[in-house]
Design a protein around this ligand. Structure first.
Ligand code: ACO
Ligand code: OAA
Length: 377
C-alpha cells in the first residue's frame, strides 16, 4: 500500500528554503532584518540604510551610505518613453496595474536586462529602488489630470517622494512616520510576493520579471492590497461609536475583516506597535483622531470575539490616509518599500539556485480515450 501523501494547501508550515535576510519569530512577536530588531532599525536608521542592510548584510558606514544614496539619486528619472506610456494608461487603471506594467517596461529599456550576474542584478535593483517611486508618483498625478513632477536629486528618498506626489515636503514628523512605514514594509521572509519573485528567479529569469511577479502578487487583498481595503473599511464605518455594531454585522456574514490575521503571527504582528505609534503621531499632527479611535474599537472586539490580532496593514492604512495619500496609492507605496526585500531575496535565490518546482497530487479523472470531434455529442 502506498504511503499517505502529505499535501500542504497554501504551503502552510512548509520550509521552502533557507534564508539569512530576515527572521520572523511568532513565538515572541518579533522580526529581525539581518539580525537587527525591526523596531530598533525604525528608531536608529533610515529606510535607505535598511535597503543597504538588506542587500549587503551589514549597515552602511557614513561613506558607504553617501555612495548608496548618490547612486539612488542619480537613477530616479523616468525615460521619456516610459513617461509617454504612463500618460497613455487608462485614467481609471489601478495604480498597482500601472506600476506592474511600468516595471515590466523598465526591464525592456534596461541595457542590462538580460544580464543576471550578481553585479548587474544589484545595479538594476538600485535603478528599481530609485525609479519605482517616480513611476508611482507620476501615475497618481496623471490619474488626476496633473502633470508628473520630476524627481529632485537634492532631496533624500522620502522627502523626494512627497515632493513628486504633492509638490512640497511636509513636516519632519510626517517624513519620520513615512520612513518608519517604509522600514516596516521592507521585508518579511517568504510571504506570497517574495516567494513569487523567488520562483521567477529560480528559472534564471531577470530581476525585472521577478519584481513584476512580486507586484502582481502583492496587489491581492489577502496580501498588500489589504492596506487599501482597511481604509475603505474605516471610511464605511460612520463613527467610532458605530464600529462595534458594524463589526458584529460582518461577523454575522462571516466576512473577512481586512487588516486582521496573519499566516505566521497568530498572537500579534511584530510591526504593529511601531506602526500604530506613528499612525497616532500622524493623527495628532493632522488633528483627526477618528480613524485611530475606530481602529481601536475594531481591534478590541476582534481580539475579544475572534482572538485575531491586527497585521501591519491595519495601522499603515490610516497612517497613509492621514499623510494625505489617495487610497489607491497605498499598495504602490508598499511596492516602493518591498522592492528592497524582494531584491534581497532575488540575489539570495540566484546565489544558491535550484529551480522551485513542487508537486501536485492529481485528483482529476482517470486516464480515458479521446473521442474524435465528430463523435462527441
Ligand atoms: C502585509 C500582509 O500581507 S499582512 C496580511 C494582509 N491581509 C489581510 O489583512 C486580509 C485579511 N486576513 C486574511 O484573509 C487572513 O488572515 C490571511 C490571508 C492574512 C491569513 O490566512 P491564513 O493563514 O490562511 O489564516 P486562516 O484562514 O487559517 O485563519 C484562521 C481562522 O481565522 C479566520 N480569519 C483569519 N483572518 C481573518 C480576518 N481577517 N477576518 C475574519 N476572520 C479571519 C479564518 O476565517 C479562519 O477561520 P476558520 O478556522 O473558522 O476557518
Ligand atoms: O508575511 C506575510 O505573509 C505577509 C506580510 O506580513 C508581509 O509580506 O509583510
Amino acid at each position: 500500500m502506498s504511503e499517505a501523501i502529505d499535501v500542504r494547501k497554501g504551503l502552510v508550515g512548509v520550509y521552502a528554503d533557507e534564508s539569512s535576510v530576515s527572521k520572523v519569530m511568532p513565538e515572541t512577536n518579533s522580526l529581525t532584518y539581518r539580525g537587527y530588531a525591526v523596531q530598533d532599525l525604525c528608531e536608529e536608521a533610515s529606510f535607505d540604510e535598511v535597503a543597504y542592510l538588506l542587500w549587503n548584510g551589514e549597515l552602511p558606514n557614513p561613506q558607504q551610505l553617501r555612495e548608496f544614496q548618490a547612486a539612488e539619486k542619480a537613477e530616479r528619472a523616468l525615460s521619456p518613453a516610459l513617461l509617454r506610456v504612463l500618460r497613455d494608461f487608462p485614467r481609471d487603471a489601478h495604480p498597482m496595474d500601472a506600476i506592474r506594467t511600468a516595471v515590466s517596461f523598465m526591464g525592456m529599456e534596461d541595457p542590462e536586462c538580460a544580464d543576471i550576474s550578481d553585479a548587474a542584478q544589484r545595479r538594476k535593483a538600485v535603478r528599481l529602488l530609485a525609479r519605482i517611486p517616480t513611476a508611482v508618483a507620476a501615475t497618481n498625478r496623471l490619474s488626476k489630470g496633473l502633470d508628473p513632477i520630476a524627481p529632485d536629486a537634492s532631496l533624500p528618498f522620502c522627502e523626494n517622494f512627497f515632493h513628486m506626489v504633492f509638490g512640497k515636503v511636509p513636516a519632519k514628523e510626517v517624513i519620520k512616520a513615512f520612513d518608519v512605514s517604509m522600514i516596516l514594509y521592507a521585508e518579511h521572509t517568504f510571504n506570497a510576493s517574495t516567494f513569487a519573485a523567488r520562483v521567477v528567479t529560480s528559472t534564471m529569469a531577470d530581476i525585472h520579471g521577478a519584481i513584476t511577479a512580486g507586484i502582481a502578487a502583492l496587489k491581492g487583498p489577502l496580501h498588500g492590497g489589504a492596506n487599501e481595503a482597511v481604509m475603505h473599511m474605516l471610511k464605511e464605518i460612520p463613527s467610532p461609536e458605530a464600529a462595534e455594531a458594524w463589526l458584529r454585522e460582518r461577523f454575522d456574514h462571516k466576512a473577512l475583516v481586512m487588516g486582521f490575521g496573519h499566516r505566521v503571527y497568530k498572537n500579534g504582528d511584530s510591526r504593529v506597535p511601531t506602526m500604530k505609534k506613528y499612525a497616532e503621531i500622524m493623527a495628532e499632527v493632522v488633528g483627526d483622531k477618528r480613524w485611530m479611535n475606530t481602529s481601536a474599537v475594531l481591534a478590541k472586539v476582534m481580539l475579544e470575539e475572534k482572538r485575531i490580532h491586527p497585521n501591519l496593514d491595519f495601522p499603515a492604512g490610516p497612517a497613509y490616509y492621514l499623510m494625505g495619500f489617495d487610497i489607491p496609492m497605498f499598495t504602490p507605496i508598499f511596492v516602493c518599500s518591498r522592492i528592497t526585500g524582494w531584491a534581497a531575496h532575488v540575489l539570495e535565490q540566484a546565489a544558491d539556485n535550484r529551480l522551485i518546482r513542487p508537486l501536485s497530487l492529481y485528483n482529476g479523472l482517470e486516464q480515458r480515450p479521446v473521442v474524435p470531434l465528430a463523435q462527441r455529442g
